[in-house]
Ligand binder design. Sequence first.
Ligand code: F6R
Length: 617
Amino acid sequence: MCGIVAFIGSRDAEPLLLEGLRRLEYRGYDSAGMAVLNGKGVEVRKRAGRISELENVLGTQPLHGSVGIAHTRWATHGVPTTRNAHPHTDCSGDIALAHNGIIENNDVLRTKLQELGHQFRTETDTEVLAHLIEEAFEGNLEKAVAAALTQVDGTYGLAVMSSRDPEKIVVARNGAPLLLGVAENGTGELFAASDVAAVLGHTRKVIYLDDGELAVLTRDGYQTLELAAWETGNPPEPIEKEISHVAWNLDRIERGGYSHFMLKEIFEQPQTIRDAMRGRLLESEGTARFGGLMQLSGSLDTVERIIITACGTSWHAALVGEYMLEECARIPVEVEYASEFRYRNPIIPDNTLVIAISQSGETADTLAAMREAKRRGAVAMGIVNVVGSTIARETDGGVYTHSGPEIGVASTKAFTSQLTVLAMITLMLARRRRMSIDDGRKLVAALQELPGQVESVLEQQAVIDEVAREYWQHTNFLYLGRGSNFPVALEGALKLKEISYIHAEGYPAAEMKHGPIALIDENMPVVCIAPADSVYKKVVSNIEEIKTRGGRVIAITSEGSGLESKVDHLISVPSTHEMLQPILTVIPLQILAYKIAVLRECDVDQPRNLAKSVTVE
Ligand code: F6R
């Protein structure tokens, strides 16, 4: 989704901003632009399409100046054209800004500003901000930005600069992430960005802004201020913000010899699963512990009901979590799409724990659902990957998945880490209730074996490659699974459709005969997830039903299951504790989707229309 990077210092801003934009590419975008203060005024370059298009323009018309802002846009209001790309300027061209989020009262504000004589050049909601700031400007940029923002309904992460108050960049945040980066080279250079990846090449010292905060960046340092304080009429007092040290380094956000980030991330999974477990398993006690849940300890003992809310792949992880928690911890669980939950009138009785799962920690719907649940008295727990993200900061307690930056738009390693964390939370809750120490120890041992087992699944690339080569030109796929492998079927189908644009559906295997069976013929590859678990025989019956109708079956099954004679292709995975099996069965599906997408020459890491972090509704 949209990305912002800004720089103020003593070097030329252009190459630094361009580098920052490249690091934001993974979030998904359809146009890019940059504005720099060149000593005389604001100069803007922008282009629809890839950042390379912008780079071509900058090649012939470079920008010189050491104060600049840049943006990658993912269109919401107004088609993705060069004209609609950010930065946007006011009527005079003296104020430029880049914005992430949505201005909901854009229409009203636009009409009002047009009546005052402002000339609009784009179809975007963002442009109203430039004109509002122009209208409020009396010589001080931060004051004008604060005044403009009081009129705005909606969400923003914002970076603004002006040739009329030139030695600064003003940034503000409400509902869209924004951070400051303090250069570690002792020069006093400052960055601002919507994502830490944009500044990681220069610093790991960052300050995360909270909603309702504004910061002023100058060559002498930065000040963070509360937007609301302006409303009193007095200049606000600066607020102290903690500096965080990002644990990732640049290697984690580079491809490191892999042809795509997605492939790198699939292959990182033995390590990321290990990282998710590090320091959390207590072998002798047969349980797990989490530093981030200490403050929830009392609530965890009294919890009577769990609601898990999430979107997309994280929602699939939530569905697997439902099986885990109900089966082992015997706590009733409901899984809710965050986008639905936030607008319903949910019933949240006492002793309800709400778990929000999010890789990015910034997904707008998940954040809103979590806030709604808290408003209604639930205790909120987060399972989040990105450290310092909004969901991570707003939950009452949480567990980081520690999978490192996930750059490929299609989520892979984050999913298996979410499942690993859910399994450990289940273990902890189950041991506080009815699970015996012996069963707890068995689960701990099974968790510890997972990284090695994932490695053995990854060794099967060649088999999966054969399957991909046989079916990559097909236009429909069906994915079937039962029990906790039903969500895996959903996830396999989602991976295929999002990166290869093939229509794919996931179904509970037994539901097939209630409708989808009508689709079965030799042109319909059916991926059946059939590990040797408690429902194995049932899935085998479903496989027979497909075969008798001429369907082609690709089975993901346990080593030694003996399914060879019944299916067209067999990919085997090691056996593990039934609760953990989805962590192994999903990996061949990730690889299959990846290989098919490559054969179809799709843009694997940045599939069309998709964004990595969906920070708008
Ligand atoms: C699919 C995918 C998306 C995300 C969804 C939620 O591969 O990545 O479906 O899972 O947008 O994102 P997070 O987990 O960041 O809240």
